[in-house]
Design a protein around this ligand. Structure first.
Ligand code: MG
Length: 206
């Protein structure tokens, strides 16, 4: 079975950094408090990889000397599920419809699967994907666990990773040995070999 693995944020859904304000408001703190929380979750991700909610909270509370509750964290996940999309790439629906006829499509994302599924559902894109694999299921990219889980018994040459981050999405694909395409919508990596600047290009090359 031929498969495509998509990253989610800034590959399928665009988000705007202003959303980081939500971290501060959900915890009834300042923007700075929110940013500290965001960065601490990133630290946990790099140190542990797999998101286990209670352990993540313990880590963050120790790291920041705070006492955030599971309720607060669930509220944050809820806000992210219901906001955090500034747009979708032009032509994405036609592109996914086309790709779906030739490949099995997956999402591999460094965040909670359910939250990311809800965001995809809100813009009508969830139906194109066989599974959304988040860091509550597998270790965060660039760890190869998620790639291997999705590749399953498919041949490596039949799998392609598409994502916007060379150090995360593309590195993981290189480490596992599958093909990759950099989604460079902002044209930041012009000397990069395998890249697209518009998602619609996938209909010509795949
Ligand atoms: Mg991304």
């Amino acid at each position: 079975m031929k498969k495509i693995i998509f990253d989610l944020d800034n590959t399928l859904l665009m988000f705007d950094e202003n959303y980081l304000n939500d971290y501060g408001s959900v915890i009834n703190g300042t923007y700075e408090d929110g940013l500290n929380l965001y960065n601490s979750i990133g630290k946990y991700e790099r140190a542990v990889g797999l998101y286990i909610k209670n352990e993540l909270l313990d880590f963050v509370n120790k790291d920041l000397n705070t006492n955030y509750s599971v309720d607060t964290f669930d509220k944050l996940l809820d806000v992210i599920s219901n906001k955090w999309i500034s747009g979708i790439p032009d032509g994405i629906e036609d592109t996914l419809k086309y790709l779906c006829s030739k490949y099995e499509l997956y999402v591999l994302t460094n965040w909670f699967s359910e939250c990311q599924s809800k965001r995809l559902k809100r813009v009508g894109l969830l139906k194109y994907f066989k599974e959304v694999v988040g860091t509550d299921k597998v270790k965060a990219k660039p760890n190869t666990d998620g790639y291997l889980y999705i590749i399953g018994d498919s041949k490596l040459e039949d799998v392609i990773m598409i994502g916007d981050n060379p150090d995360i999405d593309i590195k993981g694909a290189n480490d596992v040995g599958c093909k990759s395409i950099l989604a460079d919508y902002r044209n930041k990596y012009s000397d990069y070999d395998n890249r697209i600047t518009d998602i619609k290009e996938l209909m010509d090359i795949l």
